[in-house]
Design a protein around this ligand. Structure first.
Ligand code: NA7
Length: 558
């Protein structure tokens, strides 16, 4: 079913990106008998874990859960060393996976995809790279990652700074030595929360510029207990299956049951006990103490106030503690998981600058100006996040049927069906695209579910002799309304988060991920079981396109 690349090779699928998603997509499609080429912009595989090498970079989902479940031998043989794996360990894992499944031979590194154009005559894509290479394939899978388009804000004078600047998501491979340096960190999201305690230990002075205070709960990271590892490995199938049914794609290892009683209905002592228990356990499960934390502002405030009290008890200077206390709903922005973040502000070499009112005024040749004060520094670290979920996709010029581009289709915000298909862009599949649970979940769980769904879909199309599939515009409209409806039921849209696109000036404000993995997986399964309901299969053949004359056995499913 493939078409040809320039070298004359038959290619069924081009996959863009060689992170967790692209690697498994390649393996899964190859196993199903498809020919695949993976194009990766980096000089190595690993995606997020290739680029994000800042000090302290670590996953905040437990390593035993943040790992592939598709191969039993792999999951039995690989040994994680810590509860939460470091970036180097995760990258080593992905390198091992690539070696183990002989993936490198179909991965082309240092290859930035700039455009992809769909040819309606041949029902195939031509993918173009920055170097000018062109490959053609029947299908394209965008495994481009949700947090891969770095956001370096356009602050006045940004390029005038005379010292080095770094973005956490584009960290130099050789590392950075901050010894004796005066360092500015801009941003206080997850990356900053992980990096700040480590930079503070090295730097002569550290100045943190905080636009929005962040909630962080302790990681309580530790070496993995061999007994726990043995126990989990003995029931790994059950763990993986439970996570796929869970709301956030993880939690099967938790010793704490999700809370069943409203934060407003349990007594005050019991409320404190439940929250303290979760604080001592650590990690993202903290938000699971009550069922209504992300649904009721009053319930949320109770949980938020518990964390603020912790911050006040940790940070010695009451004025600094107050500045570090977030005002927004807890969980509205991604909850951070920390090791010594708040404690760092007790160090004599660390200063917090509140820029919540007027932002950073300017970057000067020698530092950062805020609130009318010039802060002289030697180095600036931008921990300013990403053009999340859409940035890595819209920077590629995808041109679909009738010259319609992805940027056109998404001018008012991303619109997809299931977070997988885009109307007007046939034979293009997104992995963990906007409109799917993605960033609200353990990404590996969501990635595996999408990879397997896409592989099944392509297998179905091949079996039926079909050449083209696309999301039905009506199904897309319904799906967008569905995602908005669910998000609107929660407190997620109440703050300026990157989930909403609010961190990027001019980006349409649309809540992009879909809360709730378990129900979503059931919907995806039902769509497949109903012959890919909501997708149009070879529908153009009925629609009077040049191929209409050939229409034979084509079907439209909607
Ligand atoms: P985040 O979570 O987007 O954090 C970025 C931080 O940078 C956040 O505190 C922002 O403040 C701040 N920021 C962004 N732009 C500016 C400007 N122009 N001026 C000052 N401060 C700014 O990115 P991370 O890399 O930390 O984490 C991303 C995800 O990776 C994380 O959620 C995990 O899923 C893993 P704001 O809150 O917008 O006011």
């Amino acid at each position: 079913m493939g078409s040809q690349d320039q070298g004359g090779n038959e290619l069924d699928v081009v996959v863009i990106g060689a992170g967790f998603a692209g690697l498994y997509m390649l393996h899964s499609l190859r196993k199903a008998g498809f020919t695949v080429r993976v194009l990766e912009a980096g000089s190595g595989i690993g995606g997020t874990w290739y680029w994000n090498r800042y000090p302290g970079a670590r996953c905040d989902v437990q390593s035993l859960e943040y790992s592939y479940g598709f191969d039993e031998d792999l999951e039995q043989e690989w040994e994680w060393t810590e509860k939460y794996a470091t970036q180097p360990e995760i990258l080593a894992y992905l390198e091992h996976v690539a070696e183990r499944f002989d993936l490198h031979r179909d991965i082309q590194l240092d290859t930035l995809v700039t455009a992809a154009t769909f040819d309606e005559g041949t029902n195939s894509w031509t993918v173009e790279t920055e170097a000018g290479d062109r490959l053609t394939s029947r299908f394209v899978v965008a495994a481009t990652g949700c947090l891969s388009s770095a956001n370096v804000p356009d602050i006045p004078g940004r390029d005038s700074f005379e010292g080095p600047t770094y973005h956490t998501g584009r960290w130099p491979h050789e590392g950075v030595d901050f010894t004796g340096q005066r360092v500015a960190v801009i941003g206080t999201g997850s990356s900053a929360v992980q990096a700040i305690p480590i930079i503070a230990e090295q730097a002569a002075e550290l100045t943190v510029f905080q636009r929005t205070a962040t909630y962080a709960v302790p990681a309580h990271n530790e070496p993995l207990d061999p007994e726990l590892v043995t126990e989990v490995k003995a029931r790994y199938r059950e763990v993986r299956a439970a996570n796929r049914l869970a709301m956030a794609g993880f939690g099967a290892l938790s010793t704490l049951q999700p809370g069943g009683t409203s934060a407003l209905e349990v007594g005050e002592d019991e409320r404190e006990r439940l929250l303290e228990e979760r604080w001592q356990t650590g990690g993202l499960g903290f938000l699971g103490a009550f069922p209504d934390t992300l649904l009721s502002p009053e319930a949320n405030e109770v949980v938020a106030e518990f964390v603020r009290a912790k911050i006040r008890s940790i940070v010695k200077d009451p004025d600094v503690a107050e500045l570090l206390c977030p005002k927004q709903v807890i969980g509205c922005k991604r909850l951070c998981v920390d090791t010594g973040y708040y404690e760092t502000f007790n160090r004599p070499n660390v200063r917090l600058v509140d820029i919540s009112t007027s932002g950073i005024e300017a970057i000067t040749p020698t530092g950062v100006r805020a609130n009318g004060t010039d802060h002289e520094v030697d180095v600036i670290v931008f921990a300013t996040g990403f053009d999340a979920m859409t940035g890595a996709l819209t920077r590629i010029r995808f041109e679909g049927a009738g010259g319609r581009t992805l940027a056109d289709a998404w001018s008012e915000g991303p619109k997809t069906y299931l977070g997988i298909g885009v109307a007007g862009l046939p034979n293009l599949f997104l992995i963990t695209g906007p409109g799917s649970p993605s960033v609200l979940t353990n990404m590996v769980t969501s990635i595996e579910q999408h990879v397997e769904w896409i592989t099944d879909c392509l297998t179905y199309l091949r079996a039926g002799g079909h050449e083209r599939i696309e999301a039905d515009p009506a199904a897309v409209e319904q799906w967008v309304a569905h995602v908005n409806g669910i998000a609107g039921f929660t407190l997620f849209p109440t703050c300026n988060s990157w989930y909403l696109g609010a961190n990027i000036p001019g980006k349409p404000r649309v809540f992009m991920p879909l809360p709730g993995l378990g129900p979503y997986v059931a919907q995806c399964d039902a769509v497949a079981a109903n012959g890919y309901e909501g997708f149009l299969i070879d529908a153009h053949r009925h629609a009077g396109t040049p191929l209409a004359a050939e229409a034979k056995g084509a079907e439209a499913v909607s």
